[in-house]
Design a protein. Sequence first.
Length: 461
Amino acid sequence: MAGLEAAASAGPEALAAELDAARSRSLGYTDLAEDDLLRQHSPLMSPLVWDLAHIGNYEEIWLLRALTGTPELRPGLDGIYDAFRHSRASRTTLPLLGPAEARGYLADVRARVLDVLAGLDADQLLPGSGQDRRERLLAGALVYGMVIQHEHQHDETMLATLQLRSGPPVLDDPGTGRAGSAGGAGGVVVDDTAEVLVPAGAFTMGTSTDPWAYDNERPAHRVHLPAFHIGRFPVTNRAQLAFIADGGYDDERLWSAEGWAWRCQEGLTAPLFWSRDGDVWTRRRFGRVEPVPLDEPVQHVCWYEAEAHARWAGRRLPTEAEWEKACAHDPVTGRSRHYPWGDTDPTSEHANLGHGQARPVPVGSRPAGASPCGAEQMIGDVWEWTASGFTPYSGFAAFPYREYSEVFYPRSNDPARFRVLRGGSWATHPSAVRSTFRNWDFPIRRQIFAGFRLARDADAS
Ligand SMILES: [Fe+2]
């Protein structure tokens, strides 16, 4: 159970199981030597031991103090583990809890949280129209959903840190169970450049009813879009290799001015973690070097690379609204689905999520997860860059705190600094992604598990 079903049956026991599942994951990713936890593997990332104690501190703030009014367990931790007070690059200089201390703190918080949870009435967790802040936090188990998703989001961040780490592998590699370059499902070769048509019309974007949706996904609103085509699959490594072979990284005409400046400054010639060995392209994945599998969605490209590739292909990136319509809009019922395939929680047949495998799966491998318009692998595999900046929907109201979304929106007269990504990656837990889920990052970022999908206007050839 995860996500929608957890929220729907949000009894204390179901929530305790969800909290426990997230914790197993966090402890698994930090079951490492002390040096690996304390070291900064990249200036882009926190030391892993910071993420670990931050997870506990966030849980203490929301599931203990906000619900019960109890005082801080360890005064001073809030400042150290406030993500807004300290850049990731500076976090090694803080008086961090050591690994053993951090684990002890997490266990202490969790034991108290479970006591509070056990004392709640299932009625208090039903979706409702609570008036005071505590009632609103409990309605639909919103605050529990927030903390569970937060821990899984940090677990994905920790995976990005482990991908940046150098040295021999520390993670098991579950593998795909088949050769990555042998085509789609069971060797069935699909046309990885196929497109699907999304007819013109209105659809419902965002949500006003999903209890675990973040404030930035709200409220639901109608959006009318002209007809457009969108890729049936995310762009593959095969297509990215063709872009490279055609000189795409060296052709200034394909890049925006900012993108070209960044490409030149950083000397970009291929996705992050790729290397060329004679005629063979390889990639490094969690410390293992392997040939680039042609049929997997490309990952570790920044927004500027995605934009240049799209221009090279005679396409463009989809807007955020186009992406969501292609993912969720059901033309038969007129409503938007929680997931492309419907409202039931994801299984491994639908989507490659939750680190079942430490990589995207070949395109064509998840036909059961197709959306009503026929787009596949929209949820899972790789986050997909969209053309859109991160801005609030009309009617947005920050809840329960401004620092989740609002502080990232453009300031007045300031262009959007962040680009929206949609759909989650292979590393994303099912509870932390849905058709309406919005992620965002700087257009230069490549360490995240992000790729893209192409689109074009329907009247353009
Ligand atoms: Fe956080």
